[in-house]
Design a protein. Structure first.
Lengths: 352, 332
């Protein structure tokens, strides 16, 4: 007993400082924000070119589509599942969007705006549909999500390469380039005017969807139920939550967000081509570094979005720090490890 | 214990019961699927069912096979190793780099590559056991990290110009059989014995079924886990060596995506992704089935991309069949 009281009394004098620190480092979101600000400050200090408006816009907009896909991934992981087919799905839907807008066989009375609308919306619908199929396999046929999505990764990748024959899509109409639009152009701002004016559409999608999803997951019955299912499926079932319906919803919404991300990705440049970098890894990385526990039950989308921005910042920062870009992935990997370890240690502390 | 009972059941003399018993295992179902596939593919093209072609397929599947063996161990314990493809790349790069840039003799460079592989695997194991990071996350992080190291060390330069003896393993035959296939067969036999006939092997099933119970019954859970992840790293390093020897060059993107091929072979072979069940025999059949499907479809004029569609579908379907069969069994 004596030793216990001693440790408590010894801790007490530090508690003023440590309580401040605890508020800052109390959540993964605030840790990420602090790291992000420090990193930008440090790189900007070493090379002021990094803080140039154009570059800062790229820092925030570059991984917006990863962040948007991470919103859906957050839901899937919170319910205790995983989807490793999102990369293949996103590229497939991007190609689909490009193919739809450049298709020549539409009836002549159909206005161009309608064609563009179709090519923006149909990929999202198809995304939801594929999410529903995956959800059906996972919930009703009870095949583990990692097996189903591993299978879908192969299937989608194969279909994609077969259909596209490795060709790239060009010649999209100018109105199609959703991701290149700058909605705040021409408006006046008291500070950072150039920055706000240059912000492109993906950033607004990212921020808007993040707020909606964060509120929805926090306050809606379905959003709460996702945490319940992932935290303790049995308890959730006993309290009258339909696990099947909730997991289905998570996979369908995941498909929707992958669809939105795909359209933003497709409209970003004047060429759409089949590149298969491991996008699914970047999405899962952003989600996990953002503090979503892979065991399900905890995590928020705000952390996932911050983590996506941080990953992109690191990539961009290396160029300005004169570090060979070939080291990018090593540093990203190391960062994932450090964040995950820090998160686990913090949780163990809190549990004590 | 459960598996010992099944093996007793299997030895029951009635032929009918034996057939029924075979059908009840994923290995049995899979073997039948494989035989049917081979028969169908053989009618499509006469280039498929030839000794030369089959041996060549054996050569091509060796690298994934070497990785799939320890992957079976890991998945049986309820874990997963996503970093194997990156370890293949890292080991391959270290082989070329320590020979070409650091000036080590090639024999030493090979040893370094294998050692780096084992070390990388052991680090996975330590992160998973010491810090209790879920294996999926730990190896996802090291997937990026090890691949990043490979890319950073290589700086997009490839190493070629190896001496002739170096290609013995990957490109030559002994008694008409590709050299690396001997190593795969030895690996399969050793892994199968290790898994089904030793205390160590049994402990892996125990960990996969109930880790806490395994811990309380005195099984050195952490030590065994570190061992299998280190084994996985070592075999990935070895696969990297075989690959370099077969294709005569080292590049940093070697082995990309192999983790999925290896996991597909293991899961197709009936090892439950949630741990607790599985066998090396199943993994071997899964491996062969995937390779024969790839090759047979390609020879029948199906493009390589359609092949991965078929493999993805087979993966989902065979798991579904397995689950349905298991449910039936439990119902009966």
């Amino acid at each position: 007993m004596a030793s216990v009281t001693q440790t408590v009394s010894m801790r007490r004098p530090r508690s003023q400082v440590s309580s401040v620190l605890r508020t800052i480092f109390g959540s993964q979101e605030s840790v990420l924000l602090v790291v992000l600000v420090l990193l930008i400050a440090y790189v900007g200090h070493s090379n002021s070119g990094f803080l140039a408006t154009r570059n800062m816009v790229n820092v925030f907009a570059g991984y917006a589509y990863i962040a948007i896909a991470a919103l859906g991934m957050t839901m899937v992981i919170v319910t205790g599942n995983i989807d490793i087919s999102v990369g293949s799905l996103m590229v497939t839907l991007s190609m689909l969007s490009g193919a739809l807008v450049t298709y020549k066989g539409y009836p002549s009375w159909l206005p161009l705006d309608a064609i563009i609308g179709i090519s923006w919306l149909l990929p999202i619908v198809i995304g939801a549909l594929i999410g529903a199929i995956i959800g059906f396999f996972v919930t009703y046929l009870r095949i583990p999500a990692i097996v189903v999505t591993l299978g879908f990764l192969s299937i989608l990748k194969g279909v994609l390469i077969m259909v596209s024959q490795g060709e790239r899509i060009t010649g999209m109409p100018t109105g199609y380039a959703l991701a290149q639009r700058r909605p705040l152009q021409g408006l006046d701002f008291p500070i950072f005017e150039d920055f706000f004016r240059m912000l492109t559409m993906p950033v607004f999608f990212m921020v808007f969807l993040m707020i909606v999803v964060a509120l929805w997951m926090r306050y809606s019955p379905t959003g709460r139920a996702m945490y319940a299912v992932g935290g303790n499926a049995e308890a959730a079932r006993l309290s009258g939550i339909s696990e099947h319906r909730i997991v289905m919803t998570a996979f369908i919404l995941n498909g929707v967000f992958v669809g939105i991300a795909a359209v933003l990705n497709a409209t970003q440049f004047s060429v759409i081509q089949v590149t298969l970098p491991p996008i699914e890894l970047q999405i899962i990385t952003a989600t996990v570094v953002g503090g979503v526990s892979i065991l399900g039950g905890t995590g928020t989308v705000v952390g996932a979005v911050l983590a996506a921005i941080l990953l992109n910042t690191i990539t961009k920062a290396l160029v300005f720090l004169d570090i060979s870009p070939f080291w990018t992935r090593a540093i990203q990997g190391l960062m994932i490890l450090v964040t995950v370890l820090a998160d686990l240690i913090r949780r163990q502390r809190q549990a004590e | 214990m459960a598996t010992r009972e099944t093996s007793l059941k299997k030895s029951s003399p009635a032929l009918f019961q034996q057939v029924q018993g075979v059908l009840r295992t994923q290995e049995g179902v899979l073997l039948i699927i494989t035989i049917i596939s081979v028969l169908i593919l053989a009618t499509q093209t006469d280039k498929f069912l030839t000794v030369k072609n089959l041996l060549n397929q054996g050569r091509l599947m060796t690298e994934i096979g070497l990785i799939a063996l320890p992957m079976t161990f890991i998945i049986i314990t309820g874990g997963i190793d996503l970093s194997v493809g990156s370890i293949v790349g890292l080991s391959a790069i270290m082989l070329g780099y320590s020979w070409h840039n650091l000036g080590f003799p090639l024999e030493v460079a090979i040893a370094i590559a294998l050692g780096i592989g084992a070390l990388a695997g052991a680090i996975n194991g330590l992160i998973i056991t010491r810090f209790r990071v879920p294996p999926l996350i730990a190896t996802l992080a090291t997937l990026a990290f090890y691949r990043g190291l490979a890319e950073g060390i290589a700086q997009a330069r490839s190493v070629t110009g190896y001496p002739a003896w170096f290609f013995d393993l990957g490109q030559r035959e002994t008694l008409g059989i590709p050299n690396q296939l001997y190593f795969l067969v030895i690996g399969i036999v050793i892994s199968a014995i290790l898994l089904s006939r030793t205390t160590f092997g049994r402990s892996l099933y125990a960990i996969g079924n109930n880790e806490l119970a395994a811990r309380f019954s005195g099984i050195p859970v952490n030590r065994n886990k570190v061992l299998i992840y280190a084994f996985s790293g070592f075999m990935s390093g070895f696969a990297g060596y075989v690959l370099v020897s077969r294709v005569s060059t080292t590049r940093s993107d070697m082995g990309s995506g192999w983790e999925l091929d290896a996991i597909a072979a293991v899961v197709l072979g009936g090892t439950s992704i949630t741990g607790g069940t599985g066998s090396i025999l199943g993994t071997t059949i899964g491996l062969v089935l995937i390779q024969l499907l790839k090759n047979g479809l390609a020879l029948s004029g199906v493009t390589g991309d359609a092949t991965i569609v078929v493999i993805g579908s087979v993966l989902i379907l065979s798991t579904l069949i397995n689950i349905v069969v298991q449910r039936r069994l439990r119902g009966v």
